[in-house]
Write a protein that binds this ligand. Structure first.
Ligand SMILES: C=C(O[C@H]1C=CC=C(C(=O)O)[C@@H]1O)C(=O)O
Length: 400
């Protein structure tokens, strides 16, 4: 799984990468890809030039007779950091998880340690500081996050983990994207940043959360309470408004729902707004739109620059790919990009897991910490942990 020969240049022809498996699932289809034909890096390029370079390499391949070339990859939270997309040798859109991934060796790995990268005290302290900043500055919202490291006895298999995540979270966008440093980004995001197909565009911003329970009745009550909560409605509206405002210049028409709806993931209940529209130009690509939207206030805050500076100052660790965007685009500019949340980064026998929560006036540090614990459960459950955020037994086995 280690694309170790991938060069750092903007474009690099690489061969013999057939072991790489890229996976991206959505409600509509499952994309799997193998091998790396080209690596596209943003090194030395500003964002518009990087987007142009990705488009032009896909178009050249199409003109050269390659059927449906795609670029797949992840955009980090900080777009100034190194970004790499891969044009795979082979890619397949299908309805089911392909048998070749499910037949990969199944590890039974023991979880041996869990350590806090950002401890409870640090996180709650950061929330308190953010609350006082929001009282004394223009900061309306900031999304603060934390990370934990999970060590396992054996090497984690990213493809198998993606398959388990997909089974456990069938309505999520599941991804497994190898990085050129030998790690693999894997997760099951509930949040569509942007989808573009022909002249149709859609986005599904989420913000405002409750931990889901296992009773339908209780979830209904929680949903009603969430929908009526002024603090969560404000936290959500900042995201929905930003997405609408940033998509509008690209669109002939764009719907702007007056109130959010509710979605449930396997672990969480969220306020959700579905925004759909028609692009004024079919030439606007999925990547143009993803970069126009990123970072939304679902993972950064409002105003964005002040929120970014607050995150850098208070979080105390490097987000890297977490809270970025992950997805794909084809030579016609069609594609899907999702917000990189409910995810982790695998490095051999360890995985770093991440979770964040939106902080606005009225946020309670303990409730926000519990929210991050609940969000971590998407990945912990796939790793074989029970809902509690601690290893039940130091020798618990994992069905990955
Ligand atoms: C930052 C995360 O979630 C975002 C997306 C949905 C709801 C959120 C919230 O209610 O705070 C967050 O904005 C995460 O899951 O790590």
């Amino acid at each position: 799984m280690n694309p170790k020969n991938i060069d750092q240049k903007n474009i690099e022809q690489t061969t013999d990468q057939s072991e790489i498996q890229f996976i991206f699932t959505s409600q509509h289809k499952i994309l799997t890809a193998t091998g790396v034909k080209q690596t596209l890096s943003n090194e030395g390029l500003n964002t518009p030039d990087f987007i142009k370079s990705v488009k032009s390499h896909l178009q050249k391949l199409k003109i050269a007779g390659h059927e449906n070339p795609i670029a797949i990859g992840s955009i980090p939270f900080d777009i100034n950091q190194k970004t790499e997309f891969f044009i795979p040798n082979n890619c397949l859109f299908s309805d089911d998880f392909p048998s070749d991934t499910s037949s990969l060796e199944t590890d039974t790995t023991k979880l041996i340690a869990l350590s806090q990268v950002t401890g409870e005290k640090h996180f709650k302290g950061a929330v308190n500081k953010a609350l006082s900043l929001s009282e004394n500055t223009q900061l309306d919202k900031v999304v603060l996050s934390r990370a934990i490291d999970v060590q396992t006895e054996g090497t984690l298999n990213a493809q198998n983990m993606a398959r388990v995540l997909h089974q456990q979270n069938p309505s999520a966008y599941t991804f497994s994207i190898p990085q050129s440093n030998g790690t693999t980004l894997v997760g099951a995001s509930p949040e569509l940043l942007v989808k573009k197909q022909g002249n149709q565009v859609s986005s599904n911003p989420l913000a405002g959360s409750r931990k889901r329970t296992n009773t339908t009745k209780q979830n209904k009550l929680l949903s009603e309470e969430l929908w009526s909560c002024t603090k969560d409605r404000f936290e959500h509206k900042l995201v929905a408004d930003a997405v609408y405002q940033n998509l509008k210049p690209f669109c002939n028409d764009l719907n702007n729902p007056k109130a959010p709806s509710i979605i449930e993931t396997s672990a969480m209940i969220h306020l959700s707004t579905k925004i759909d529209g028609t692009l004024s130009s079919v030439n606007t690509s999925a990547l143009d739109l993803a970069y126009a939207l990123h970072p939304t206030p679902a993972i950064c805050g409002t105003p964005a620059n002040l929120a970014k500076a607050t995150i850098q100052h208070l979080e105390g660790y490097e987000r890297a790919q977490f809270c970025g965007a992950v997805g794909w685009m084809d030579a016609d500019g069609n594609g899907e990009w999702v917000v990189t949340i409910r995810c982790g980064v695998i490095q051999q026998n360890s995985i770093r897991l991440y979770a964040g929560a939106g902080i606005v006036q009225g946020s309670d540090p303990s409730a926000e910490f519990s929210e991050t614990e609940a969000k971590l459960n998407t990945m912990l459950t796939a790793l074989g942990f029970s809902a509690a955020n601690e290893p039940q037994q130091p020798t618990q086995t994992m069905a990955i």
